[in-house]
Structures are given as C-alpha cells and as structure tokens.
Write a new protein. Sequence first.
Length: 166
Amino acid sequence: MKYAFTILLATTFAFFSSQTIAKSAIEQEYKSPGKPSAKVEMDYSVSKERVAVGETVDINITFKGETVPSQAKLKTSKQLVLHGNSQLSMQKASSGSSHRFSVTPMTEGIHLITVVAEDAQQSHKKPFAIRIIAGDKPVESYLKKNGTLTTDERGEKIISMPAEER
C-alpha cells in the first residue's frame, strides 16, 4: 500500500510537471508578428534644424529597404505650409532616388510632417515623421503640458491630468 501511494504521487507529480513544461514551451514558441507594414526605411535631411517663422525649409527624403513604396503621401500640421505636391509617385526602378520638397512654418513651435509610404501591391502603409522647430526658444517651452506633477504620501509621483469632455 505504501509503495502504491508513492507511485501514484510520483506519477501525479510527473504528469503536472510535464503539463507545466509543455505549456511554458508553447508560450515561449509563439511570437506575435505584429501589424503588417511595408518593409521600407526612410532617410531624410533638413536644410536647417531650427528656423524662424516664415522661413522656408528644404527637405530631402530617400526610401530604401526590402521594398520601394509605389507612392508616399505628405501631411503637415496645421500651421505648416507645404510647397509642392502632397503625393509623391515612385518608380520601381528608382530605388534610393531622392525626393525634395519645401515647407514654411507660419507660427512658433514644433511642427510635424508625416510621410506615409504605401506599397500598392501589398496594400501596406508605413508612416514616418519629420520634426521642424520654428522659433528660438528652448524646445521644452514648446511642449504642451498635459497635467500637474505631484507626490503622494508614499513618495510616488502622480500626474494629475484634466478631464476632457467631448
């Protein structure tokens, strides 16, 4: 009887151990591929990092990577004027060719240009951002402050943020 109990206990332990090992092996093997996106990279150069309000900035972009996008769309923040087309068409043979456009900031602050590269054959898109700073103040003064930083009685930092009504 004593041996039967020991064998039963050992078998039960071995069963649950193998289940745990099998379960952890399955969890470690699976990795989410994430969202599909175009396998493209973008390099860019800006004529000036900081500009005055109303000063035009020249931007040069080059796409590279496994695939070359068939087109790219340019979107700017509200107070940034784009000179030229908001859509760039690429030829498949022109891998690494440069595209040039200009923008002019109309107000002080941080302005963004979003470049969305599209691969029409696979219907994948990939966004990129280019930052333009207009004005001579430190960058921190242009950042929007979302809340108030406080410390609670345990010494933990808490950001108190206002509620948005919609």
